[in-house]
Each structure stands twice: as C-alpha cells, then as structure tokens.
Design a protein around this ligand. Structure first.
Ligand code: B12
Ligand code: SF4
Ligand code: SF4
Length: 379
C-alpha cells in the first residue's frame, strides 16, 4: 500500500535528509520511482557488447526498466553519496609500487558500510511511517544508480560516465533506499559542466571511451583487474601499467576533483600497505597470508589468483629485475591464469635466465592457453 504526499510527508523528506547527513552521507536527494531516462542507453550499451563477461548486467536487462522490480510498490528512490577522497595519499615505501584505486585503499568494503548506514536510515523511516516498506540498494540490484542520482539532483554524468557533483567531485560512493512512501522529490540535475574539456577521454590508457559519456567496459582497467576472471588480453597488459586494482586516471585528471573536499570519515582513510601496495610482496603471498590480510576487503573480489595475475603484469611493467627469479619459480604455479601472466611477464625482460626458463617450461606445460602464451612472441 502506498502513502500519499501531504504536508507532513513533505517535511518528512526534509527530516529524512537531515538523518542521512547525520548518518555520515555527504549528499542526499530524492527521485520519484520512474523508468530511468537512461534505460534506452543501457539497452544499446548492452547490445554493443560493452558489458563483456559481466553477465549479471544483460541477464537482468528487463528489471532495470523500473525500480518496481527491486521493491514492489516503490514510490520514491532516496539516493545518497559518500565522499571517499581521503585526506592523505601514498604513504607506503613499496619497492615496486602497485596502485590500488582510491575507493579500495581503506581496505573496507564500501558495500558493507553503505548498506549499514542505509539500513539505519530505513529503520528511521520505519519509526516515522510504521507500515512502510523499504529496500537498501548498493551496487548489486538492477538499478541504474547514476541515473537515479542525477534524477535526485546529486550531479551530472561526466564524459567519463561518472556522476559528478560541483562541490563534492566524483570520488563518491552511491547507494539508494527505495520505499513505498511518496516523498517530495528533488529537481533532477539538468545541466552538464564538462564543457569542451576532454581530459578524461585523453588520459585513458586503453581508449576505453568509444564516445564521450559511453564506456566500453571490456577495455577498462577496472574491468580487467577486478571483474575479469580469465587472462587480461595481451594487447592491454602494458596499458595496465602499475594498476593492481581498479584505476583512477579518468577521475584524477578531472578538474572537478581538484577542489573537492577530503573526507574525514575513518572508514575511507587509506591503509599504508594499499597506498600503494607492493607488487612483489603481494605476488609472493601465500593463499593463507592473502586471506589473513585481505579477506572481506575489495581485493577479495578478484581473489588471490586474480590479484597475483595482475601483480605479475605490474612487476613486468615496472621492470623490476629482482622479480625475475620469483617469476621463474611461479612458472610452476597451480593456477593456469597466473602461469599465463607469469609467462608474459618473463617475456618482457631481456634476460637469459628468463628465456631459458620459458623454453624449459614449454617442454612440460599442459594447459593449452599457457602453451599459446609460451609460443606468442609479440606484445
Ligand atoms: C558495471 C559497473 C562497472 C563496470 C562498467 C562501468 C560503466 N561505466 O558502465 C566497470 C567494472 C568498468 C566499472 C568501473 C568503475 N566503477 Co563501477 N559500477 C558498475 C555498476 C555495478 C553498474 C554500472 C552500469 O549500469 N553500467 C551500464 C551503463 C550503461 O550505465 P552508466 O555508465 O551508469 O550509464 C548511464 C549514463 O552514462 C547515461 N548515458 C549513457 N549514454 C549516454 C550518452 C550521453 C550523451 C549522456 C549525456 C548520458 C549517457 O545513461 C546511462 C544509464 O543511466 C555501478 C553500480 C550501479 N548499480 O549502478 C558501479 C559504479 C558505476 N561504479 C563506480 C565506481 C566507483 C567505479 C570505478 C571508479 C572504480 C575504480 N576506481 O576502479 C571505475 C570507473 C570506470 C568508469 N570510467 O566508469 C561507482 C560510481 C560512482 C560515481 N561517482 O559515478 C558506482 C555507481 C558504484 C557505487 N555504488 O558507488 N564499474
Ligand atoms: S578507469 Fe582507467 S581504464 Fe577505465 S575508463 Fe577510466 S582511465 Fe580508462
Ligand atoms: S575530465 Fe573534463 S570531460 Fe572528463 S568528466 Fe571531468 S570535466 Fe568532464
């Protein structure tokens, strides 16, 4: 059952927003529960194959059409944003620096703490409107979060596809609270403030933007080093540079992030060993050590093997000769994706021991993908 807008629900919206700020959110706005205006763009994005192996996106294409599919009877979508630009940066003295995107440097999984705070906001709403229904959304539900964030007035889509707020910038986590309470909606953010700037498009190492405002995710480093389970395509391994986890290049260059304030929230402050990480120590970590350090952190998503796959590539890109014997030893690794990356890494060094180890490995390798890595001579 829905709840009509009245003078009291209007002030309820204002009180809900104060509560959201009290809970530690930096921005909050309310959108009506409608078909998101960007829905046709999502369909064409999927049709162009830009979701790659993120099959959960096309599988739920129909559900994105209306937030009704996330919460039956939904009338309002409360969108919140939390600034994760931390006060300090880069404190570690890593031998081979391996960069971790800012959003993950605290080692805290933002899904958890955003969800906790949004649940508290939901509890607050339940106290005000006891029969109401709510659902918390962070990332995983079929909801175009940036579209609803724009609709609720939180900012515009940058050419890098990120949601940008004039004062707060784009280093923002987004989340939503869906409810069947009809709350007074905010005005959508109708203007764009990118102008003639193209910095984000120009800096992208893989040219992942086929046009402004559209990202081909299958070329984004964040897709390669976080989402992709298999090998990172050979032609993009050099582009990975020193990015172990995610990538911030198209946000670091954005003028709107230059003056954005730093957050004092303890949950987003960087852990020294992640800002930046050390590629060599990460690569040589045992599975137990990895879990002890990184279980429940964002690095757990690619996992021990995924992280070591990328670390091998970062070591080669950093041309750290100390890594050569370590990489040679890893030619025996149990995981073929790690072995494949190690083969490529060794091929990037002009080194006789590396060449000999690769020749020997070819005589005993059984995995067809690793064999083709061993036989490949380019890139
Ligand atoms: C899948 C996904 C990814 C994929 C694909 C990203 C992408 N651009 O689509 C990959 C793995 C590459 C990725 C990377 C990152 N992600 Co991500 N990701 C998502 C997720 C789960 C879904 C995004 C989605 O639906 N994409 C499909 C496309 C079609 O949607 P869209 O880009 O939002 O497109 C909208 C607009 O651009 C617009 N539009 C489309 N075409 C056009 C054309 C014109 C002319 C205009 C004006 C508009 C327009 O309409 C579209 C529909 O709303 C969301 C969470 C969520 N549920 O929304 C987080 C999310 C978008 N990611 C987030 C973050 C932080 C990142 C990274 C910064 C992480 C990192 N540092 O490594 C990078 C940034 C890369 C980048 N430049 O976008 C945040 C973004 C916050 C913000 N300020 O915008 C989100 C919202 C997660 C969250 N809850 O906070 N991500
Ligand atoms: S996150 Fe990095 S790789 Fe992905 S689009 Fe931005 S600059 Fe390109
Ligand atoms: S770098 Fe420039 S074009 Fe890209 S999002 Fe920022 S203002 Fe817009």
């Amino acid at each position: 059952m829905g709840h009509a807008v009245s003078a009291t629900t209007e002030s309820l919206a204002a009180r809900l927003k104060s509560e959201a700020v009290r809970l530690g959110f930096d921005l909050v706005g309310i959108a009506p529960a409608v078909t998101p205006p960007g829905y046709p763009q999502l369909l064409s994005w999927l049709e162009r194959g830009f979701a790659g192996e993120m099959h959960y996106l096309p599988r739920r294409a129909a559900a994105y059409k209306h937030p009704e599919h996330v919460l039956r009877g939904v009338r309002s979508v409360v969108m919140v944003a939390l600034n994760y630009k931390a006060e300090s940066q880069a404190t570690s003295t890593a031998k081979v620096p391996a960069r971790v995107a800012r959003y993950a440097q605290s080692g805290t999984d933002y899904h958890d703490f955003l969800r906790d705070r949004l649940k508290k906001l939901g509890d607050w709403l339940h106290d005000q409107v006891p029969q109401c229904r709510t659902r918390v959304v962070v990332d995983t539900a079929p909801l175009l979060e940036r579209d609803f964030a724009r609709l609720s007035g939180l900012g515009w889509f940058g050419k890098n596809t990120l949601l940008i707020h004039k004062r707060a910038g784009s280093f923002l986590f987004l989340g939503g609270l869906l409810t069947d309470v009809a709350l007074e909606p905010d005005e959508p953010h109708a203007t764009s403030h990118c102008g003639t700037c193209t910095r984000c498009l120009d800096v992208c190492p893989t040219q992942a933007f086929p046009e402004p405002y559209v990202l081909d995710a299958t070329k984004c480093l964040a897709y390669f080093n976080i989402e992709l389970e298999g090998p990172i395509p050979r032609e993009h391994r050099a582009d990975v540079g020193d990015w172990l986890f995610g990538c911030d290049l198209c946000q670091d260059v954005c003028p709107w992030n230059r003056k954005s304030p730093a957050s004092t929230d303890p949950l987003v402050q960087p852990r020294a060993e992640l800002s930046p990480a050390d590629a060599l120590s990460i690569f040589t970590m045992s599975e137990n050590e990895f879990h002890a350090q990184f279980a429940k952190t964002p690095l757990d998503r690619p996992g021990w093997n995924g992280i070591r796959r990328t670390a091998a590539i970062v070591l080669a890109n950093g041309q750290c000769r100390e890594a050569i014997p370590v990489l040679i030893a890893a030619l025996d690794d149990a995981d073929p994706v790690v072995r494949g990356a190690v083969v490529w890494a060794l091929q990037q060094f002009d080194d006789e021991a590396a060449r000999m180890a690769l020749r020997e490995r070819l005589l005993m390798e059984v995995d067809p993908n690793v064999i083709s890595e061993l036989k490949a001579t380019q890139q």
